[in-house]
Design a binder for this molecule. Structure first.
Ligand code: V47
Ligand code: SF4
Length: 386
């Protein structure tokens, strides 16, 4: 195993704070930590202490394996009926002439531009446009599948689905079944933000609430679909709001086992209604990853979304519990570049991703959406990589 961080057993044995030491012992005994333990980790755990433990958990689960996938994004529209305060990307429906909206033909043009290329997944997510309803999106799903059956479609957050289902007057269960039958394979993790109403009503009051978000993922899991979950951190929330959010996800995962990956998303403050809120430091980012790895014991994977975090910090996160750095994506992902990420053109080819992972002595593995191994790049010679 990698030796870039301290031995967690020595570190825990030498911990002077008895309450922190007790939490460390639970983790090393592979016992579940409680809500209060989670808060204690945020309040008392130093960066190196948390990192050593999270890295140990990561290596117990995955060794040095670090996953990535080859995917591309389609953002059907940035016109949105909602007005989340942190969003730099959407254009209100009232000002829709300033935004974009793609037709099915235009989206198929994007899909076809990947013909013959070894991508395994398309990630489709965007604003909530009243014209883009359940009928529109089921037609899109069917058209993609008819063109390229093997392409995994990971699409739509509960924000979009809840709006589509309510407009079509179908229940969550019926709506999920219709979308799944049309070709929807899995759900991405977006729209979760912070579940607790105390924060949710201040940052995204008008969109689907926590129970609605969780009910849609549960319905997907009950159909045998998998999904991801995110948490938007580093703005006005307190540590306990983060733990409350993780607790709700951990409980649903106990029930369904349908989540693959937890993705903490760092709040970026450019050009939005929360620009006055300072961004978190890299130390707080790494502490967030580490506590996530320690708390979310039933989530197999922890992902750092590099277009938002930047390449160097994504590398660093691999020593703080992260075992997945998302995929190769093209320039169409605008949600982070518009919110101030240093990655203004978030695209990396396979060779760059493999190099990034190897530079920090981890083992690059290309995966499909459901973590099926497509290729292990441990021994790959760089020029051979297509
Ligand atoms: O829900 C919006 C976030 C999310 C900002 O499942 C912001 O594989 C930071 O969920 N600062 C959408 N974050 C993206 C998303 C995602 C991304 C990559 C992979 C997966 C996956 C899911 O983006 C939104 C919101 O939480 N977001 N604005 C901002 N200013
Ligand atoms: Fe709309 Fe999503 Fe932006 Fe909220 S985060 S305003 S739901 S596009």
């Amino acid at each position: 195993m990698m030796q870039t961080v301290s031995d967690p057993f020595t570190l825990v044995a030498n911990t002077t704070d008895p309450s922190l030491k007790a939490v460390g012992e639970k983790i090393l005994n592979k016992e579940r930590i409680s809500f209060d333990d989670g808060i204690l980790l945020f309040e008392k755990g130093s960066l190196s202490w948390l990192g050593a433990l999270a890295n140990w958990v990561r290596e117990q689960k995955h060794g040095n394996k670090t996953y990535f996938n080859r995917n591309f994004h389609i953002e059907p529209t940035n016109v949105c009926v909602f007005s989340c305060k942190f969003c730099s990307y959407s254009r209100l429906y009232a000002h829709r002439e300033e935004g974009w909206e793609l037709s099915i033909e235009q989206m198929m043009h994007i899909v076809k531009s990947y013909d013959g290329k070894p991508v395994t997944e398309v990630h489709i997510v965007g604003g909530v446009h009243p014209k883009m309803d359940l009928a529109f999106f089921t037609e899109l799903l069917r058209t993609i599948k008819a063109h390229r059956h093997g392409l995994h479609i990971k699409a739509f957050t509960p924000v979009e689905l809840d709006y589509m289902f309510r407009k079509a007057k179908v229940s969550v269960e019926q709506g999920m079944r219709i979308a799944h039958e049309a070709g929807l394979d899995s759900l991405p993790g977006g729209g979760a933000e912070i579940f607790h109403p105390e924060i949710r009503k201040q940052i995204c009051e008008d969109k689907v609430d926590a129970d609605g978000w969780l009910a849609i993922h549960k319905a997907a899991h009950q159909l045998g679909m998998h999904s991801n979950a995110t948490l938007l951190y580093g703005h006005i929330e307190k540590f306990w709001h983060r733990i409350d959010h993780m607790e709700r996800l951990r409980s649903l995962q106990d029930e369904t086992g349908g989540f693959n990956t937890f993705i903490p998303l760092k709040f970026r403050n450019k050009d939005n209604d929360m620009s006055h809120v300072p961004e978190s430091s890299v130390i707080e980012d790494m502490r967030m990853y580490a506590v996530s790895r320690l708390y979310m014991d039933n989530f197999p994977h922890l992902k750092a979304y590099w277009p938002m975090l930047g390449r160097k910090n994504a590398q660093l996160s691999l020593s703080f519990g992260v075992n997945d750095i998302d995929g190769t994506i093209d320039d169409s992902t605008k949600i982070y570049s518009m919110a101030g990420s240093e990655e203004q053109s978030p695209s990396m080819n396979t060779e760059e991703l493999v190099t990034l992972i190897k530079q920090v002595k981890r083992q690059p593995v290309e995966r499909g959406t459901l973590y099926n191994v497509i290729r292990d790049y441990s021994d790959a010679v760089m020029q051979e990589i297509g």
